[in-house]
Design a protein around this ligand. Structure first.
Ligand code: ADP
Length: 243
């Protein structure tokens, strides 16, 4: 469903991604783990071309994009097949919760207002925020804002949702409510890639776990395998330092 082939990314002379290849099947929940600075967020941002890789191919559904020859129409098509949930929520401060979720449906999907409203209210219900539809982001907790971010991503019916450390800006007591929403939509079969530091969560919900270091995928496996029987020394050290 999604295939990355030999993705390279440099910032100046620093090569941050050194040839990443990854296959994601429909319904997969892939967690990306690794030390800070290993390129996890950059990889996620390369998938929807928020960062432009210097080399490599991205295939998603029927679309194949050679990142060395990017066409504007390919960038738009690729972005429409993905949705991103950001660490810092990135909600529109001047729009209420319902309007934040509706925005993509009106602007990107060109949906009629009543239809967009009904769909958005159903999604707010799903993330437990039906009673906050008319609240503005500043009136919500971080956990609630992030749940709006998730509803907004779901609204676009993307082929894959990309989560960039979705709980790392949250106070510890708010992490659980966001992880529970992510767990629920994972169980519904939504394909997702999650960059996270929450190891026990990754072990719990992932179909596959990818361990990255210094711009490489060091190891990938099913969570049971990777956590209980890591093959690479670096993976062992990382996991034992975190548990
Ligand atoms: P991780 O998510 O694993 O912590 P990142 O992908 O955020 O790693 O960063 C990998 C490396 O790329 C780091 O050395 C970081 O400083 C560098 N980097 C990330 N984004 C940029 C940018 N926009 N400009 C320059 N360097 C960047």
């Amino acid at each position: 469903m999604l295939q990355l082939e030999n993705i390279h990314k440099k910032f100046g002379s620093e090569e941050v991604l050194k040839g990443i290849s990854l296959q994601v099947n429909r319904g997969d929940v892939i967690s990306i783990l690794g030390p800070s600075g290993s390129g996890k967020t950059t990889l996620l941002r390369c998938i929807n071309l928020l960062e432009r890789p210097n080399q490599g191919t991205i295939r998603i559904g029927d679309l194949s994009v050679n990142t060395e020859k990017l066409l504007r129409k390919d960038i738009l098509r690729l972005r429409r097949k993905t949705a991103m949930v950001f660490q810092s929520y990135n909600l529109f401060a001047n729009k209420n919760t319902l309007e934040n979720v509706m925005e993509g449906l009106l602007v990107v999907k060109k949906m009629k207002k009543e239809e967009a409203k009904a769909k958005s209210l159903a999604l707010l219900e799903k993330v437990g925020l039906a009673n906050k539809a008319d609240h503005y982001p500043s009136q919500l907790s971080g956990g609630q804002q992030q749940r709006v971010g998730i509803a907004r991503a779901l609204a676009l019916d993307p082929e894959v949702i990309l989560f960039d450390e979705p709980t790392s800006a949250l106070d510890p007591e708010l992490v659980g409510e966001v992880l529970n929403v992510i767990r629920k939509i994972a169980q519904e079969g939504v394909t997702m890639i999650i960059v996270t530091h929450e190891l026990s969560f990754a072990r719990d919900i992932s179909t596959h776990v990818v361990f990255m270091e210094k711009g490489h995928i060091v190891e990938q496996a099913e969570p049971k395998e990777l956590f209980s029987n890591p093959q690479q020394q670096r993976t062992k050290e990382f996991i034992s330092s975190r548990i």
